[in-house]
Design a protein. Structure first.
Length: 206
């Protein structure tokens, strides 16, 4: 039996229930850790389920930043350094990754608080998660304000990628199931990532 939720029904839901319900609607989403540092080298690490591919030429990726009416250390750091990293989350680290969502004081690094190790490349300004099998270094390219709910789309230009070679396929697609990468439904329901099939390029005649 299908339950129908009207706009009025959704508006009337308990706030906590509505938040979980709406966040779950898109289905399973990739989950990543975004690493930043401020101008004083104070590191920050935060979990995001809103990372998106924006384009391949030039290589751009983005994520949604919640309203900055309260302090967002990730956003403050990116404004200062114009640099950040995106790091995949595996089954071995998802509990630590989830804990980065806690509201730690500015002077507390989530790397240290959760036991995840930071690592810097020679060319990177922002910290990577050392154990992440896919590490992406980015420089701030553009910020778009979304007026409907006061959020921001933060777009970064990819300046380097560090990836475990076993994940690479002949056509460049990453097989993230080999990395034991996790996905998330809603805000806190984590799932394993299992490869099903590599499909051919879709054409009308086949």
């Amino acid at each position: 039996m299908t339950k129908i939720f009207s706009h009025q029904d959704i508006e009337a839901l308990d706030n906590h229930y509505r938040k979980n319900f709406i966040n779950s609607l898109p289905g399973l989403k990739p989950v990543n850790l975004i690493g930043t540092t401020d101008k004083y080298k104070q590191t920050n690490l935060a979990i995001f389920a809103s990372v998106h591919h924006i384009g391949a030429n030039p290589p751009l990726m983005g994520f949604i930043m919640r309203p900055v009416s309260v302090k967002r250390h990730t956003w403050q750091n990116i404004k200062q350094t114009e640099s950040f990293t995106i790091n995949s989350v595996t089954q071995r680290m998802y509990k630590q990754a989830h804990q980065t969502a806690a509201r730690y004081p500015r002077e507390v690094s989530e790397f240290e608080a959760t036991g995840l190790d930071s690592w810097y490349s020679e060319s990177g300004k922002a910290p990577y998660v050392a154990d992440s099998p896919v590490k992406i270094g980015l420089e701030l390219e553009e910020t778009l304000d979304i007026k409907a709910n006061d959020t921001k789309l933060i777009i970064g230009r990819v300046i380097e990628v560090l990836v475990d070679e076993k994940l690479l396929t002949q056509d460049g697609t990453l097989n993230l199931s080999k990395a034991d990468a996790v996905t998330v439904a809603g805000l806190d329901s984590y799932h394993s990532n299992r490869f099903l099939e590599k499909m051919p390029y879709a054409k009308p005649d086949r």
